[in-house]
Design a protein around this ligand. Sequence first.
Ligand code: 13P
Ligand code: SF4
Length: 339
Amino acid sequence: MNTETLEFTPEVEAATRPIYERLRDLIPEVEWPVHAPLIARINELKKERKATLVVHNYQVPVIFHGVADYTGDSLGMAQYGAETDAEVIVVCGVRFMAETAKILSPEKTVLLPDLEAGCSLAASITGEDVRRLREQYPGVPVVTYVNAYADVRAEADICCTSANAVQVVESLNSERVIFVPDGYLARYVATQTDVEIIPWDGTCEVHERFTADELREYREGFPGVEIIAHPECPPEVLEEADFVGSTSGMIKHIAERHPERVVLVTECSMSDNVAVEFPEVEFVRPCNLCPHMKRITLPKILHSLETLEPKIELDPEIAARARRSLERMLEVGRGPGQG
Ligand code: 13P
Ligand code: SF4
């Protein structure tokens, strides 16, 4: 179907009204006729296609609140993808997340609405790099943050996400662990465990931009503000934070503590999405945008459902080895306090 033929009819208006009511503070009424026909058509088509939409916390609110069947962090998306009985999984996130879904459900059609949705961390390392690290540190187990492509996960012993990195590292019962590709997450994990961490020096291009000075300015400018940061941030930024956690860990923290004022030191859309759920909490909203996450749009999601493209395809041998490291992670589960 040509998306330009979609119209803001009274039926579309009625079908999408409950969604708009939730987004009223974020989206001007004049803009809704652009989003609503796409949302209505996507929600119809996903039933016809027996498809499920798995949406990361960094997606824009019209996707997060408009069309998602599941929303969450990387670990939650992996767990959901492993359990869903849908025939088609549309991943609204970045490529490594879609690879996770394909690795865990090889028989299913996994769609990523824009195959160029990458990640600076995943791009920072290859399977060959991991083999070289193993030669350099014989016998030392390798943990890969899930923000890595299938070839890297195939070479690792186990995956982790920001929600369970410490537990995964400790599950290996080793005095030393190689941790790739996020150097800042590796350093954060090292502060939480006695295990010696050998880091790779990849960085997230979104979180590395935050500075400790910026956080101190929030504290001075917004008295009483609770600062919640993602562990992909540099160490001096995390030292200024009141709580450090994965994106879903942040949401759980707000749900439990109901701070009056909060700043989420992470990607822009996260605050917009979470603020809808907690209207009583004041969100200070710094904006560092992930250009990869923002490649996913409503028109591209609709196109994916119409054409069942673009599909994620993986080398079966690499996918089978990557699956072992993901399954080992899923056995460990989510760390305490991570929601
Ligand atoms: P989590 O949602 O797992 O915390 O990951 C954050 C992130 O940067 C994903 O790209
Ligand atoms: Fe990668 Fe950072 Fe974007 Fe997450 S926010 S997808 S880690 S670049």
